[in-house]
Design a protein around this ligand. Structure first.
Ligand code: DGL
Length: 264
């Protein structure tokens, strides 16, 4: 048993899509979340800068006595996960491997699409991991640089969002049967994405898939939280507007949360 919290990091509010799945599968675990919305989006930034920002978030979570860190961000996973994992003594999980294996399991025709930030696409990491596990797969990647700003500004229901999603995804229509949402912000655009791609395309939520791995590791290291603890307190930190973060969290998690502003 280990009642310490699990740390989640993301460039902004996207990691809440991963937290939502944790709340569903492992509701007795406590959460500490850091979202760096003040410096989002990370995707168009150089790798060294993303690495430095990710270390800022990791070091912040370590001051909160976390028992495990989940990189609830594909971009941070692509550039910094290997390095951070090698340096810490607690388990550190990323979202890319779970997303890749789920896509391989789900595809019927072996034609997998990956939509992600410019850095995740540039790193070629999904293509590499998928090909390693299943060389026969055809992988088509597409950067969607306009998606994260739509989510961070809470405009997912606007007509502009609809237009941008349609225009961006048009090159993938009819070419794939499975689509990895390779950025944790994208599940907030899921209805629009599904609508553009059509009902036959299976959408894979990389963040949600990663919670299955969290569960396996908690069991493996025997660090599950006790179900008997009553007043566990989840803590959410943002580097930008508390109000905006709370508003998005309220809609997405369907619960009111405590949010504090921090500077990294
Ligand atoms: N949620 C992050 C991801 O999964 C978004 C990165 C960004 O801020 O561009 O990649």
């Amino acid at each position: 048993m280990d009642n310490r919290p699990i740390g989640f990091l993301d460039s902004g509010v996207g990691g809440l899509t991963v937290v939502k799945e944790l709340r569903r599968q492992l509701p007795h675990e406590t959460i500490v979340y850091i979202g760096d919305s003040a410096r989002a989006p990370y995707g168009p930034r150089p790798a060294e800068q993303i690495k430095a920002f990710t270390w800022d978030m990791v070091n912040f979570l370590l001051t909160k006595n976390v028992k495990m860190i989940v990189f609830a961000c594909n971009t941070a996973t692509a550039v910094a996960w290997e390095e951070v994992k090698a340096k810490l003594t607690i388990p550190v999980l990323g979202v890319i491997l779970p997303g890749s294996s789920a896509a391989i399991k789900n595809t019927q025709a072996g034609r997998i699409g990956v939509i992600a930030t410019p850095m995740t696409v540039k790193s070629d990491i999904y293509q590499q991991k998928i090909k390693l596990l299943a060389p026969q797969m055809q992988v088509t990647s597409l950067a969607c640089p306009k998606f994260v700003p739509i989510v961070e500004s809470n405009e997912v229901k606007s007509s502009v969002a609809k237009k941008i999603v349609y225009e961006t995804l048009a090159p993938l229509i009819g070419r794939i049967d499975t689509l990895i949402l390779g950025c944790t912000h994208y599940p907030l655009l899921r209805p629009l994405i599904q609508n553009v791609m059509g009902p036959d395309v299976r959408l894979i939520d990389s963040g949600a898939e990663c919670i299955r791995d969290v569960s396996v590791l908690l069991n493996y290291f025997q660090i599950n939280a006790s179900r008997l603890v009553k007043d566990r307190q989840n803590l959410f930190y943002t580097t930008a507007s508390v109000e905006r973060f709370r508003h998005i969290a309220l809609e997405w998690l369907e619960e009111d949360i405590n949010v504090e502003r921090v500077t990294l």
